[in-house]
Structures are given as structure tokens and as C-alpha cells.
Write a protein that binds this ligand. Structure first.
Ligand code: NAP
Length: 244
């Protein structure tokens, strides 16, 4: 039976590339989304046509009950989850004084609480199997300060603290917890910056280009795989020497 991966927020962007990478390596894939039903379902159809077991699951990762229901359904449909990738996230550039309490709560609910809830939900079976791998997606802005990103970067720093603590707690159970911190990656998340700023950013990149979702997917897959069997609690920056 093939292994099962749940990638949160995999209807598009980095999550989709991660799901594709696991599918290419024979995994059954649970594609989670919040609103892009059509994108998620057409992606799954594409995978199904190639003989890959893939199914789309709508759930707001910020809603604990919805997460628990989704995980239960995935386990019934595809089998026990071997790898969880906590990728779903939101971002908005805003001056510190303009950040509302409502938005602060929402960004923490999705980026951090979502990571927490999904990890709690998949854990009973990982503990039972004494095997599993969790990869959390942080950001370079979780490791460095970023102007106009105080809320976002706080959620991403929290994810790093969570990764390290959970890695220590779960190491005796043979469950590894790692983190990938992407740099500037060419997805819809960048759109609000506008074309001009994106072009400017490219010129500031030591590698002369933005990162691609596939760049991140390769690192996530490596950390989840047995090739990284002694790596846990690590934060891998994949950012083309932008902020070193
Ligand atoms: P994106 O293109 O905006 O895609 C976001 C994905 O997350 C979509 O699949 C979206 O689903 C899903 N999502 C959003 N809120 C959700 C929720 N509450 N519950 C479930 N799914 C939800 O973003 P991306 O650039 O691929 O980013 C993916 C991750 O990488 C995020 O955690 C982000 O913070 C991180 N990251 C990105 C960059 C970058 O430069 N792009 C850099 C560093 C870190 P729908 O399609 O249904 O809306």
C-alpha cells in the first residue's frame, strides 16, 4: 500500500508543487483547500489520470473541528497519514499601527493554530505506528525582521519554535518534525506587491531570480524522506542567499 501525505493549502502555489512531488514518488495525496474547490479537484483529476490516488478536502485549517473531520475522512479514504505538510498560510503587508485585532487573530489562526491543529490531529496514528514526519512551512521572515510584516513574521517565528519543541518531544517516538523557510517564491501570494516591485525584487536576488514552488517542494520532500532520517527540529532556509 502506498504511503499517504496530507499537504494543507495544496490547491495552488507551493502546496500544489509539494503535493505533486510526493505524487511523483508514489504517495497517495490528500489535497486540502479552503475555497478553490475547482482548482483542487482538477489537480486531483490530473493525478488520478496518471494512476495516483489523490482526493481533495475542503477545510479551514483554523477550525479544529473541520481539521479533525478532514483527517478522519482522509484516513478512511486513503489510509493513515504518514507525512503531514503544514503549508496553508495567508499574508498581508501592513504598517504595524494598521493591523486590526481581527486580522491578527485570523493570521495566527490560519498560519499557527492551523499548523498546531493539523499536527495534533494526525499524531495519534503516527504515535501508534511509531513513525511519521511533519514538515512545517515557515518563511525567511520568521527568522529575520521584516518591515510591514510584523504579524506574518510573528506567526512564522512561532512555527519555528513549535517545530523545535515538538521535534524534541516526538523524537523518542520516531516521529520527525522539520521546517522549511522559503525566501521569495513566485506564487499568487506575491501578487499584492505589484509587477514593478516583483521585478525590482528579482534584481535584488543574488541568484537573479525568484524561487519557484518546485524549489521548495524538493527540500520538503528531502526532509520528509528517509534520506533525512536523522534530521529533526531543523529549519532549512531555501532562499537563494537573499537574506543570509
Ligand atoms: P498561495 O499561493 O497564496 O496559496 C495559499 C494556499 O493556502 C492555497 O492553497 C489556499 O487555498 C490555502 N489556504 C489559505 N488559507 C487556508 C485555510 N485557512 N485553510 C486551508 N487552506 C488555506 O501561497 P504560497 O505562496 O503557495 O504559500 C504557501 C506557504 O508558503 C504559506 O504558508 C506561506 O506563508 C509560505 N511562504 C510563501 C512565500 C512566498 O514568497 N510565496 C515565502 C515564504 C513562505 P485556496 O486556494 O482554497 O484559497
Amino acid at each position: 500500500m502506498s504511503k499517504v501525505v496530507l499537504v494543507t493549502g495544496s490547491s495552488r502555489g507551493i502546496g500544489k508543487a509539494i503535493a505533486q512531488k510526493f505524487a511523483d514518488n508514489g504517495y497517495s495525496v490528500a489535497v486540502n483547500y479552503i475555497q478553490s474547490k475547482e482548482l483542487a479537484e482538477s489537480f486531483c483529476r490530473e493525478l488520478n489520470e496518471k494512476g495516483i490516488n489523490a482526493k481533495a478536502y475542503q477545510a479551514d485549517v483554523a477550525d479544529k473541528q473541520a481539521v479533525d473531520n478532514m483527517v478522519k475522512q482522509i484516513e478512511q479514504d486513503l489510509g493513515k497519514i504518514d507525512v503531514l505538510v503544514n503549508n496553508a498560510g495567508i499574508a498581508k503587508q501592513q504598517m504595524f499601527q494598521d493591523i486590526s485585532e481581527e486580522y491578527l487573530k485570523r493570521i495566527f489562526a490560519v498560519n499557527f493554530f492551523g499548523t498546531f491543529y493539523c499536527s495534533q490531529s494526525v499524531l495519534p496514528n503516527m504515535l501508534h505506528n511509531k513513525k511519521g514526519s511533519i514538515i512545517n512551512i515557515s518563511s525567511i521572515w520568521g527568522t529575520r525582521g521584516a518591515s510591514c510584516e510584523s504579524a506574518y513574521s510573528s506567526t512564522k517565528a512561532a512555527i519555528i519554535g513549535f517545530t523545535r519543541s515538538l521535534a524534541k518531544e516526538l523524537a523518542p517516538s520516531n516521529i520527525r518534525v522539520n521546517c522549511v523557510a522559503p525566501g521569495v517564491i513566485d506564487t499568487q501570494m506575491l501578487e499584492p506587491l505589484g509587477k514593478e516591485t516583483i521585478e525590482l525584487l528579482k534584481t535584488e536576488m543574488p541568484m537573479g531570480r525568484l524561487g519557484t514552488p518546485e524549489d521548495i517542494a524538493e527540500s520538503v520532500y528531502f526532509l520528509a524522506s528517509d534520506a533525512a532520517s536523522y534530521a529533526t527540529g531543523q529549519v532549512l532556509l531555501v532562499e537563494g542567499a537573499f537574506v543570509l
